[in-house]
Structure formats: C-alpha cells, structure tokens
Design a protein around this ligand. Sequence first.
Ligand SMILES: Nc1nc2c(c(=O)[nH]1)N[C@H]1C(S)=C(S)[C@@H](COP(=O)(O)OP(=O)(O)OC[C@H]3O[C@@H](n4cnc5c(=O)[nH]c(N)nc54)[C@H](O)[C@@H]3O)O[C@H]1N2
Ligand SMILES: Nc1nc2c(c(=O)[nH]1)N[C@H]1C(S)=C(S)[C@@H](COP(=O)(O)OP(=O)(O)OC[C@H]3O[C@@H](n4cnc5c(=O)[nH]c(N)nc54)[C@H](O)[C@@H]3O)O[C@H]1N2
Ligand code: SF4
Ligand SMILES: [Mo]
Length: 722
Amino acid sequence: MIETRQTWCRNCSAACAMAVDVLDGRLLAARPDRASASPYGAYLCPKGLAAVEHHNGAENRLMTSLCRAADGTLAPIGTAPAVAAIGDRLAAIVARHGPRAIAFYHGTGAYRSVLGGLMERAFQAALGTPNFFSSMTIDQSAKWVTMARMGVMASGRHAMRDADLIVLAGGNPLVSHQGAPFALVESGAPARGFEALKARGGRVVLIDPRRSETARFADLLIQPLPGHDAEIFAAIAHCLLRDATFKADFVARHGEGLEELRAALAPFTPQMAAARADIAAGDIETVARWLGEARRPLVGSGTGPSMAAHSNLADHCIELVNVLAGGYRRAGEVIRNPGTLRSRPALEMALAPTRSFEQPPFCVSAPVGPLMGELPTALLPREITADHPDRIRALIVFGGDPLMALGDPALAEPAFAKLDLLVSLDSRLNETGRRADYVIAASQPFERHDLSLPADTLYPAPFAQYAAPLVAAPEGVIDDWHFFWAVAARMGQGLTFKSWSYGQVWQEIAGGLPLSLETPPDPVALCRYLAKDSRVAFDDLVAHPGGLSPPEEVHRVAPAPPGWAGRLALCPDDVARELAALAAEAADSARDDAWPMRLTCRRILHALNGAFRHSHEARRRHPVNPAWCNPEDMAALGIGEGARVTIESPAGSITAIARSEARLRRGVVSMTHLFGPLVAGADVIADGGANVGGLVSLSAPVEPINSMPLLSGIPVRLRALR
Ligand SMILES: Nc1nc2c(c(=O)[nH]1)N[C@H]1C(S)=C(S)[C@@H](COP(=O)(O)OP(=O)(O)OC[C@H]3O[C@@H](n4cnc5c(=O)[nH]c(N)nc54)[C@H](O)[C@@H]3O)O[C@H]1N2
Ligand SMILES: Nc1nc2c(c(=O)[nH]1)N[C@H]1C(S)=C(S)[C@@H](COP(=O)(O)OP(=O)(O)OC[C@H]3O[C@@H](n4cnc5c(=O)[nH]c(N)nc54)[C@H](O)[C@@H]3O)O[C@H]1N2
Ligand code: SF4
Ligand SMILES: [Mo]
C-alpha cells in the first residue's frame, strides 16, 4: 500500500515541507506538504519536485564506492575496506608530516548533511588541522571579509516581513531561492514574500545587469555594467551623508570612523559612479532618497557583487549603506524567529571587527589567516603545491566539486594531482571524483536522520522538523557522518560530537558527546543531543514528522549591556586605501578594447550548481549552458542564434553556444557555471556544455585577503566560430 510520509526537502536551506509517497521501500512522488505548519506554506520548487527522481538514481547515483586501481581506472570497492585504507593512509601522512598535511573541502552537498557536517568538524578538531575550506569562500567570501573588517550587528537585520524597502544587488532569489542571511529575502516561496511586501506598500530596488526573474517585483531596476557595485554603493552612501538622511543616532551609537568615511566617499559622487557603471545618476539619487525615507530597509546582495571586480570593497560598501540606512533591529523590536532548535538572544550591540585573517594559523602560500574559522578556497591549489613542509598532502572533499568550482583548471588540476591522497565523499561521480584516489558512495537525505538546523533561524517564523529515514539506504553506501566517524575510529582518533554553528570555535564549546571508538553512534541519539536546548521537545518532533512550532512567546531585542564598547568600523584603513585606489582608477579602465565584454554568473531553476544537472527536466531544458547575449551585441558581432562561439578571457578560452536574451544589458554575456567537463572534449554539445571555469584566473587579478578570483564580470571577447 502506498504510504504518504512527511519530511522536508534537503536541497537548500529553505527546507520546504514535503509529502512523499512511499511504496515497498521506494519513493514514488513528492509534493508540497499541505498538512505541515511550515512558515512557507505549501511550496516546492522544481528541484524539490525532482528530489525523488534524483534520489531514485537519476544522475548515475553511486551505488558502490570506488578506488583507483593499478591500471589507473576507478574500480568498485566495499565501504569497509575503503574506510580502512583511507584511515591507514591518513594516519601514515599525519605520522610523517603532521596533521596540517590533511585538509577538508566542504561543498554545497555537505551543507545539507547536518550530522555529516558536524562529524567532519569533530574529525578536523580531533586531528588538529586548520585546513578547512568550503564553497563559501569561493562564493560570497566577501561577506565574511566584511564581517571581519567592519564587525557585526548582533541584533540582526529586519525580517523581510517587517521591511518596507529592499535594495538587492546581484541576487535572483526567484531562481536561486537564496534568502537570508545574504539576499535577505525569504527562501521558500520567494514570490509570496515579495507579493506580501508589495501589498504592504513596500518597495524593491534591484541592481543587476540582467532583468532577472526577480525584476518583476522591482519598483526600480538598475542595469549596470558588472563589477561596479563598489562605486554604486559608495555613491549611495555618499548621498546619504551629503543629505544627512542617514540614521545618525544609530550610526553614532554603533559606528566609528564616520569622518574618515565621509572623506573617503567624497570622490564617489552619483555622477562618477553612474559614468563608470553606465547607469543614470538620478537612479542612484532615487535609491538614496528611498533609503532615507525607509523605516526598516534591507540592503544586501547575492553572488553578483561578491564574484565581480572589487568584491570585498563592494560588499563593504553594500553593508555600509545598510548601516547608514539603519537596516538592523533596535532594542525593543520584536524578533519574529529567534530560532527553535537553537535560539540565541539578540542584543542591540555591535560586535567589533575581529580581523581574523590577520591572525594565525596562516596559509602556507600567503600570509592570510582564517575567515570564520576557514581558509580561503581560492588558495587551496597553492596550499597543495607550496614548497613548504606544511603543505597539504591529503584532501577530503565532502559534497563538492572543487576543481569545477574553483575554475582555472590549468592551475588547479595539476595541483590536485600533486596530492598523495584525494578522497571524494559524494553520491555521484563528479569531475573532482574522477581524479580521486577514492570515491565514497554517500547516502541520500531521505535515507538519513536529520534535523532542520540549517533553516532554524532562517525560517520567517519559528518552526522545526526532525526526519527519520523514509527508506533504507542501499547496501553499498554510507552516511556522511558514519564515514568521518569510521575513518577517525580506524586512526584511533576519539571524537567528541558537538552542537556548533558559524561563529563558534569548536574547541571552545564546552561539553559535547564523547563517541566510542568501537561502536558507531546512534544517529537518533546525535539528533536528540543537537535538540537538547530546543524550544520544542525532541520527542514531540519525532511524534510530529510534519514539524512543530514552539509555543508562542514574544521575543524582543534587548539593549546592549551598560558600558558596551563594541563599534562597527565604518572605514578601516585598508578600506579607505581601497576606496582611494578605486577612485583613482582611470574612469574608463574597465572598458578595455581588447576585452570589450563582461561575462556574468547566473543560475538555472532546475539544478543546484553541479547537482541535479542531469535530472530529466534539467537535461531536457538545458542540454548545454548557453552563452546568453543581448541580441544587439550578437548582431553587431555577426553571431547567429545557436551559433558556436569562442569566448576568450585573459586566462583562457572556451567554446559555447550563443543564445539571445533581451533581458541582458549590452556588453554582457551570461553563463551558468558547473556545466561540461573540466577540460573540454571535441564538441560542446556532446560535452553537455562548457566549463566557465576555463575563463577564470586564480592568479590575477584576485582580491586582497581572500584571493577571490573574478567569477563574474570576467573581461571577455566573443567571436563566431567558423
Ligand atoms: N536553482 C538554483 N538555486 C540555487 C543554486 C543553483 O545553482 N540553482 N545555487 C545556490 C548557491 S550555491 C548560491 S551561492 C545561491 C546564489 O544565489 P544568487 O546570488 O541569487 O544567484 P544568481 O541567481 O546567480 O544571481 C546572481 C545575479 O547577479 C547578477 N550579477 C552578475 N554579476 C553582477 C555584478 O557585477 N553586479 C550586480 N549587481 N549583479 C551581478 C546576475 O545577473 C544574476 O542575476 O543560489 C543557491 N540556489
Ligand atoms: N565560474 C563560476 N564558478 C563558480 C560559481 C559561479 O557562479 N561561476 N559559483 C560558485 C559557488 S556559489 C559555489 S557554492 C560553488 C559550488 O561548488 P561545489 O559545492 O564544490 O560544487 P557542487 O557541484 O555544488 O557540488 C556538490 C556535490 O555534492 C554532492 N552531494 C549532494 N548531496 C550530497 C549528500 O547528501 N552527501 C554528499 N556526500 N554529497 C552530496 C553532489 O552530488 C555534488 O557532486 O561553485 C562556485 N564556482
Ligand atoms: S526551495 Fe526548492 S530546493 Fe530549496 S528546499 Fe524548497 S523545494 Fe527544496
Ligand atoms: Mo554558492
């Protein structure tokens, strides 16, 4: 008999509630769970709807682990011998070179593996290696740089449901479902969030070279040349200071360096920024005026500005505008969702900048320390090849495809080949896996025990879910957490399981659950442990698979403790220097005749980076990742619809299929990443697309601090291939 089970979609941090039909240990169909009290209501995006297909083996799901055989091919291996061999090789590497020789890369797939992610951190802490890399530092790393340079407002931002103005640069939540804490909007059912805002009379400003799907909610759409968000937001801040329309009381209470900021922003007039970004100066004035009028604005960005030129400075300027406009909750204001499984009080106080990247442990290839406890992923290849006794010799890739994500395969691929041991823990064989010594076949979410921790404070209202497996995992796969525990146990390394979240230092978290070296932990006990401080009892969550909200209580932002001295650094010296350098750039330096166009990032609704790309719908709709161009640019370049084009950047060249899109402003080509093989084959269509990473340089120009390369706004030229 078909049984309908309640759970949630594990694909992204929206965690949409899901009803799944199960028959004889097989998943039949998924649909939005109308019986759940999820704060997003009944909603699933196409990736959620395709979750069952993905689970049931589309995309060549790995049913067994693989090991590099003597002849160089990948051959099946049982999980137990693979774990034993990996444990022994890691132990030998640590014995010879010390724990720093071991590194972790935590990719997008790892973020949806709650127990796996925590066990990975427990293992890293037990080993004592600082080498933790993730997709976050090759994504919106700029946001962590800003937190480290400016500090953080502990009261948090306004909820979208309280906001009256949203200014969003380079994010497309209608497709990406990327909401708070970055794009600041609601991840699940994003259109409903915007509709509610508009119904309340709220306004939306969108800054994007492309008239994106989200633009249908925009009261003002600004379509700049990519890579000029720093100037645009510096100019908005300039106007707020010039007109004294910024929230002076808030800034005086929580910020420092206002006079330095005023001086540094002086050159950034709306006219100057508008000329560089090729937009109307009046639009910058309008945004500044609306921000001055707004009571609860939200200013934020998606990946666009964080991947384009001057990404760190751009992010600092975006956050500055948010501070100046008062985009944070004040003491006494209601917190709509203080968290359920793990709630923390919010105080109206500034946490001073940590400048953590100026402190050890430093990278071996650059004098750069951690951001949020992680080292910058853009430096990972050099951390492997550095002529240094502490270079990385073993890399465990957990739910990621770093060779594709990094770009610059000419630099990254030989670097990875220098590793003594490369392990990929994944549910499918990706481009990094193809080059690994071991590929460990991981279980899938509907086979695991889980808690809705990643969404806990992101839900627009308090809510939590616990998931029991809907079906048993196939024989040959292993849970992510189990892999880390088993490898550690093989090495004789005892682990302590902890409840950790961003901003916490593992070693400083008191207590924890010490795990046996002999018997694997019970995943239910791990979930129960993680819910120890939950506002809804774990047993109640188990009894209500559709999820529960805690009893209604009003939580308000508390005032700062008396004498609190933390301040947001509005204009630290390095930011002032970067602003001065940017102001001094030749006005037309971005318009280089050799590279007249800019290639930008974009996402598709039916895939999540590399995952789901081979699902039926994704393949049907996106057999390749076209190079989308403005039709007038195509006509001017003599490129026909569907023609093969060569795209060259200073770093390399790729072949793609050109398609026209009037939504794009002129001078911009836009392509989705993580398509095609790492190194192109004979034909782009047979390859299933082109690897945009072939246009990326990890050498220059890269950002200070995090070495972030240009992944958007890449200077390129196009020509039709004959
Ligand atoms: N369906 C789907 N959802 C996803 C993903 C996916 O692959 N598919 N990936 C997930 C991940 S890992 C992430 S990080 C998030 C990302 O979430 P988003 O940041 O919302 O991602 P995008 O949809 O790529 O939106 C980026 C936008 O920035 C614009 N842009 C590009 N360059 C610039 C620039 O220089 N300045 C400005 N102002 N805009 C620019 C692009 O035109 C594009 O519209 O999405 C997540 N969600
Ligand atoms: N040129 C260019 N480059 C980019 C970007 C861009 O816009 N342009 N975007 C950047 C961004 S934002 C990101 S986040 C990175 C993405 O980079 P990565 O996160 O490194 O790449 P993904 O392809 O998302 O890798 C996710 C992997 O997780 C696996 N997986 C899924 N579920 C599970 C699971 O439950 N357990 C395990 N063990 N594995 C699982 C999937 O099969 C997949 O292979 O790429 C970055 N690179
Ligand atoms: S937005 Fe889509 S992918 Fe994300 S949790 Fe909801 S259904 Fe899943
Ligand atoms: Mo990302």
